[in-house]
Design a protein around this ligand. Structure first.
Ligand SMILES: COc1cc(COC(=O)c2cn[nH]c2)cc(-c2cccnc2)c1
Length: 261
């Protein structure tokens, strides 16, 4: 599967870092396609206006609906299935929803986690809509629901000026899970959150650096003992920094840790 990612933004140049490094290489080698489109290309007035004052008053501006609808329709046409109608499901089968995913970074979204990235990595086509100002006219998300699976997504409990930074983070977190993007897929297995825990501390040469030695266990060559020590460090680090994650830890792991201490 060659996933296709579309990004709609009034600051397309903001997404240029996605042309660099591993994601850039993956795009060049055809592992994924990523197209960034300027929302202003879908305005019709001389000033290429994308925002207007909010109904009901309040500070700031709201993104006008029509440019978004035109841009989203254009993305579907480019994909070649603007009017795709899903085949009726076979007897007893789940209806297959071939609509692309429309991800809208927003402080009011569902929280993006590693599980979300894993789900996104299974998607054939994701459209990322970068909101600016106070947000996008809500009717756009309602209208888009006929042609997309619409998903407001938050990176965390803070407010950015626009969705571009959030999209870069989500595209990177997703694309790195695609086959062939990361040189050594082994490195994906033991990283933070892949097993529900934070990752263990890492060390490299020299063995003693500014009077600080690498933990002896890592120099022992005993892989079972090293694996146990690393698991313990993961549990301790997670309990200290992210107690909210620790509940998810399987009871047997905690018991095993107590026995090994
Ligand atoms: C689509 O509507 C949006 C999108 C964004 C950009 O995304 C984030 O800020 C974000 C994404 N994950 N966590 C935060 C910001 C606003 C916004 C700005 C100012 C006041 N109120 C709302 C609105």
């Amino acid at each position: 599967m060659r996933p296709r990612y579309d990004v709609l933004s009034i600051f397309p140049e903001y997404l240029q870092p996605l042309e660099l490094s591993l994601i850039g290489k993956a795009r060049k080698s055809g592992l994924l396609s990523l197209t960034v489109t300027d929302l202003r290309d879908f305005t019709t007035d001389r000033h290429r206006t994308v925002d207007d004052t909010p109904y009901g008053g309040g500070a700031g501006m709201v993104m006008k609906p029509e440019p978004w609808a035109q841009a989203l329709e254009s993305v579907l046409e480019a994909r070649g299935d603007a009017d795709v109608v899903d085949e009726p499901p076979a007897e007893g089968e789940e209806r297959h929803d071939s609509r692309p995913l429309l991800v809208v970074p927003s402080p009011a979204g569902n929280v993006f986690t590693q599980r979300t990235a894993e789900a996104f990595a299974q998607e054939r086509h994701i459209v990322f809509a970068c909101g600016r100002y106070e947000g996008i006219d809500e009717r756009v998300l309602d209208w888009a629901g006929e042609r997309f699976r619409v998903m407001p997504v938050s990176l965390g409990d803070y407010v950015l000026n626009g969705g571009e930074v959030a999209v870069m983070a989500m595209v990177e977190a997703t694309a790195r899970l695609l086959p062939g993007v990361i040189g050594n897929p082994e490195s994906l297995v033991e990283e933070s959150h892949s097993d529900g825990l934070l990752e263990y501390p890492v060390y490299t040469k020299p063995a003693v650096w500014r009077d600080r030695a690498v933990p002896d266990v890592l120099l022992s060559g005993n892989h079972a003992v090293i694996a146990r020590a690393r698991r313990d460090w993961q549990i301790e680090r997670t309990a200290r920094r992210r107690p909210d994650l620790i509940e998810a830890l399987d009871e047997s792991d905690l018991n095993a840790r107590d026995r090994s201490v």
